[in-house]
Design a protein around this ligand. Structure first.
Ligand code: PLP
Length: 435
């Protein structure tokens, strides 16, 4: 199996960890400080504060920059922690839609969601692709907002020639094993604001400014020296790993990008992706295969893929009430159509060729004759305008299929006939492929 992620590991990590273990100093100390200095230098920020996870980094950022009840604008399409940590810090996430090409926070939609309680933006450099830092920074300035960048997937990504870790106000990283560099579990915050860095350090360790003197209500989000030793080695290898990821991404884009119905990531001008994921977007109507079927078929061919993420945040039970599909059309559609292919630094030429070949013949990767006639599910955009021609075409092609109609709610199943097509409905998604 070609794995979707693989740790960029060699003997150097073992030596570094053994040195710390032999020293007897395992908890946070000199090695963690060295890791922080090296990380700050690598991204071009004045300060770096190491913590126990990316989630802890986000929590501390929200906790230090926001007051209870403050609103923070979060993309609807991201990992759960970007929003859940805002809530944990007593703030209120307000979801905004994402740009259909970069999958990152759409500055115009974000602006529409600003209220008098909004205090911050929390854009995510999703899959390693920088968000529109210029537009979002302008937006934040115009409205007096702070920015908490979620760079959990973006170690080494650049915008306008500058590392994403060097932008104000604070940038949060994760060192989870699927990331471009890892410490097993771990995280980092970077900032050039000395007061904020001090506050982050206080809260990271019980609000303690000197031995048993607690200035603030704090936590234990400290990293260990063992993990930091891994971090130093991994950071040293990051530039070469990034070059490999970028090279792999170029090969994949060339190989897969010309397949009708598969859209590959695109680096807009001035942006350099860290390619933590190479996430394509499937158009099932053109490809003739739905995302989930393509994923299963690739799995059968020994290619592990992943869906980041199968649900937009507003559809997560924990965020119920924070919006509906119609409020986030791009994010809702992406959750049904994105698929991440392996792009990690350990892929060989042969691996890349196998991935490309399988993707280029999506129908070839499907089983020859499905046991059951295909069941097709269409999703309708509420109050959408009729696109008669397209509906008719689909109707003609699948007259014997069972169909579930949805307009926000399920309307039941019915054999597909011309009458089933509601003239007010507009097909936006078809979940199951047509064999
Ligand atoms: C976008 C994003 N934010 C936050 C996190 C949380 O990081 P961690 O898993 O280190 O807590 C992750 C990690 O999966 C992530 O991908």
């Amino acid at each position: 199996m070609i794995p979707i992620a693989q740790i960029n590991f060699d003997g150097r990590e073992i030596e570094a960890v053994c040195r710390v273990i032999r020293s007897g100093h395992w908890r946070m100390g000199a090695v963690a400080e060295k890791f922080e200095r090296r990380f700050a230098h690598a991204v071009g920020a004045r300060h770096a504060v190491a913590v126990s996870s990316g989630t802890a980094a986000l929590f501390l950022a929200f906790k230090t920059l926001l007051r209870p009840g403050d609103e923070v604008i979060v993309p609807d399409f991201t990992f759960v922690a970007t929003a859940s940590m805002a809530i944990a810090a007593a703030a209120r996430p307000v979801f905004a839609d994402v740009d259909p090409r970069t999958f990152t926070l759409d500055p115009r939609d974000a602006e529409r969601r600003i209220t008098r309680r909004t205090r911050a933006l929390a854009p995510v450099h999703l899959y390693g692709m920088p968000a529109d830092i210029r537009a979002l920074t302008r937006l934040a300035r115009r409205h007096g907002l702070k920015i908490i960048w979620d760079a959990a997937q973006a170690h080494g990504a650049r915008f306008g020639g500058k590392d994403v870790g060097a932008f104000p106000d604070v940038v949060c990283y994760s060192f989870y094993p699927s990331k471009n560099m890892t410490t097993g579990e771990g995280g980092m915050l970077t900032t050039s604001d000395a007061t904020l860095a001090r506050e982050l350090r206080l809260l990271r360790s019980h609000g303690e400014s000197s031995r048993y003197f607690h200035e603030r209500l704090g936590f234990n989000f400290r990293p260990t020296d063992i993990g930091s030793a891994l971090g130093i080695v991994q950071l040293g290898k990051l530039p070469a790993a990034l070059r490999a990821r970028q090279r792999n991404a170029r090969v994949l884009a060339r190989g897969v990008g010309s397949v009708p119905g598969i859209e590959v990531p695109e680096e807009r001008r001035g942006r350099t992706s860290a390619y933590n994921s190479f996430t394509v977007r499937i158009n099932p109507e053109i490809l003739g295969v739905a995302r989930d079927e393509l994923q299963q078929a690739l799995g059968r061919r020994g290619i592990e893929t992943a869906v980041h993420y199968p649900r937009p945040l507003h559809r997560q039970p924990t965020f119920r009430g924070l919006g509906r599909d119609k409020d986030f059309p791009v994010s809702t559609r992406l959750a049904q159509t994105v698929l991440s292919l392996p792009v990690h630094s350990r892929l060989s030429r042969t691996d890349l060729e196998r991935i490309i070949k399988a993707d280029r013949s999506p129908s070839g990767v499907l089983p020859k004759s499905p046991a059951q006639p295909a069941q097709v599910k269409f999703f309708f955009r509420p109050n959408g305008k009729a696109t008669g021609q397209r509906l008719q075409k689909l109707g003609a092609a699948h007259e014997d299929a069972a169909v579930e109609f949805r307009e926000g709610k399920a309307l039941g199943r019915a054999p597909l006939t011309a009458d089933n097509f509601r003239p007010s409905a507009n097909v936006i998604h078809q979940t199951r492929g047509l064999a």
